[in-house]
Design a protein around this ligand. Structure first.
Ligand code: SIN
Length: 330
């Protein structure tokens, strides 16, 4: 090769290296992680932990930006935004996937799981693992489950037996199973975004709602709800979700590191969930703002008798075998 050709080739190589170095330095992959709860919750802590681990392990290559408190998107919009590429990760409640799959409705069936150990066992088992991919056909991939915990019923009047809820308005997440659950006791369910619940309660536009101890505490629902029935009647857990297009488009090595970081963040978030189910409940009791009511076995049985027939209504949509697998995890 002539001297001038060698010079030209070297210049081209150097230019290409400079361009590629500056591109990779200047443009890390950005993961916007949008959620609706406060930072001092299992999901808030999990998302922050994920960011911290990614900063430590993939700093410069991947940047995680966490948007809590519905700052970026509420749960209604976030999955649509994900499919459009406007957000890369979220962890909506399992009750909010109705548009994408009917199978995840299983988690809303009242009195299905005895405790969080049973929920964990089911999620880790073959059906739970299969359900992670229930939304794949619609372009969304479940990367893992995250716990929040069992739900309690809060209200402006004491709820001891189903008849106490008759005619009352309850805010619910966007789930037909939850609507059927409240209709079963003669109550009026209203599907409303999480960001509106406090104001709806404060202004008496609704009478009550169902949620976990950590959500009731962190969003101050207990300050505007004088009674909380410790019903443990259902579970509120999350699916950490991403778009298939984004996830499969990542470099394999980066994807593997992100998944490891996420698994560790979820394990951390699950620990926070277990702790908060105890500590936030106690903080609410200590505040004296809301009276926590315990049900007798006979009172609880009345709720079970009235709500459990909802299972049958959704059996075809969810799959009888899936429900049986969940029951077996108890
Ligand atoms: C959440 O925990 O993400 C919100 C739950 C709700 O909408 O009640």
């Amino acid at each position: 090769m002539s001297k001038s050709k060698v010079l030209l080739v070297s210049m081209v190589v150097v230019a290409a290296l400079v361009v590629s170095a500056s591109v990779s330095m200047a443009s890390p992959i950005v993961i916007k992680f949008s959620h609706v709860v406060a930072e001092n919750t299992p999901k808030g802590q999990m998302a922050n932990k994920f960011k911290q681990l990614v900063d430590e392990r993939l700093g410069g290559k991947v940047l995680v930006e966490v948007f809590p408190n519905s700052q970026l998107f509420g749960d209604k919009k976030v999955l649509e935004a994900m499919l459009l590429g406007d957000v890369q990760m979220a962890a909506p409640s399992l009750s909010k996937f109705k548009k994408y799959t009917k199978s995840l409705q299983i988690f809303d069936l009242p009195f299905l799981f005895k405790d969080m150990k049973a929920v964990e066992k089911f999620q880790k088992g073959p059906v739970g693992q299969k359900l992670l991919m229930a939304t794949k056909k619609k372009g969304l991939i479940g990367l893992g489950y995250l716990h929040n915990g069992l739900k309690q019923l809060s209200s402006n009047e004491p709820l001891r037996v189903p008849a106490d809820a008759k005619g009352k308005k309850f805010r619910i997440m966007s789930s037909d199973v939850l609507a059927a659950q409240f209709e079963a006791v003669g109550a009026l369910p209203l599907k409303k975004p999480f960001s509106e619940v406090f104001t709806l309660l404060q202004t008496n536009a609704i009478d009550g709602q169902e949620n976990t101890w950590s959500n009731i505490y962190s969003k101050k629902f207990y300050e505007v709800q004088p009674f909380i029935t410790e019903s443990n009647h259902g579970v509120l857990d999350y699916l950490v979700v991403t778009s298939a297009e984004f996830w499969m488009g990542l470099d394999e090595g980066i994807r593997a590191k992100l998944k490891t970081a996420l698994d560790e963040a979820i394990a951390f978030g699950n620990k926070v969930a277990a702790e908060k189910a105890i500590s936030d409940r106690q903080k609410i009791i200590d505040s004296g703002r809301s009276k926590v009511l315990q049900l007798t076995d006979a009172e609880r049985q009345q709720w079970v008798n009235v709500m459990k027939p909802v299972w049958k209504k959704f059996e075809d949509q969810i799959g009888k075998d899936y429900i049986e697998a969940a029951v077996k995890s108890n």
